[in-house]
Design a binder for this molecule. Sequence first.
Ligand code: SF4
Length: 393
Amino acid sequence: MKLGLYVHIPFCQHICSYCNFNRGLLDADLKRKYVDALVTEITASGAVGQWGCGAVGSTASLPHCPTAPLVDSVFFGGGTPSLLESGEVARILRACGETYSLTPDAEITLETNPETVSAERLAAFREAGINRISCGVQSFDDEELKKLGRIHSAEKAVEVIGDARRAGFASVSLDLMLWLPGQSPASWYRTVDRAIRLGPDHLSLYLLELYPNAPLKEEMARAGWSQTPDDDAAEMYLEGLTRLDAAGYVQYEISNVARPGHRSRHNVKYWQSGNWLGFGCGAHSTVDGVRWKNIAATAEYVARIASGQDVRQDVQILSPASRVEEALFTGLRLNEGINESAFAEQWGIFPWDRYGDALEPRIEAGHVWRCAGSFGLTRSGMLVANDVLSTFV
Ligand code: SF4
């Protein structure tokens, strides 16, 4: 599998009340310096011996870059990457292309928040080299969007999807969220049905997770909003997927469906033990069992890059056992599950020989399937994925 590049853009126009990502409010001056720092980091990463950990700790046993590895995906994530100007995107992509060998068909995704784009800006992003848009719609219900602290309307999201098509994006993905405060099953199905009518190529369905100090938690307590009971949320997930099945989408991962040919190539690397390099503050990288993350604070990241210091920290060399465990965890998120022979060839163990006794009762419970040398989670198993995956710990 070829290398993927992740570029983190930590700026947002507004902070949503449920958000726990590495982000902060847009500061135009800091953004300019940040783009300079990104270009420097990407360019420096291509020097032999610099990626795979370079100056961090002992380098003797770490992988070294051969020459210009092939890259077939670049993913701008955030934060709100669509706050970049198209010229900034082009500059970052130029640094990627001058440092790595971008394949001619590389998937180049920009996460986009509806309030930050217009027809003109989308056309300029296309011109800059972006070929896939992932749009943070979340809901087609304005009340639900307000409760989340989102600043776009459902109609603006609809407009953006049309504008993205007119700008020539052949791959458009929508993010939707379920289990929102006050969201009824009927409202969720209206959101799913509206998304289907818009005809995106890919959809991601996320359950709202409330982290301990999320402002949304306090607002919910103050306003008396609640989430539907767990059983309803499970039914909402399953019925949402059933409607997407009927519309021709194919589920390929717990939270993702796509039309044929439109899986997220970049995200599949995370689930198939691929290699990726992350650039920017807080970005994670994993290359051949070596993992590290960049310093999280934006200003400190910029200052360190500007003064030639390393931004990488927490370098881990994963043990063979933890790589196997992780390959099981991530591989089972995919609908195709784990092929036992392919797994044995890559990792040296037949997983069913080791875990079959513990997994048999999961088959009886209807949470795991096993067929033609592969095994995986059923849809009802996906609802209890963490419990099933505890088998491997
Ligand atoms: S736009 Fe996304 S990254 Fe920014 S605050 Fe909202 S949820 Fe977080």
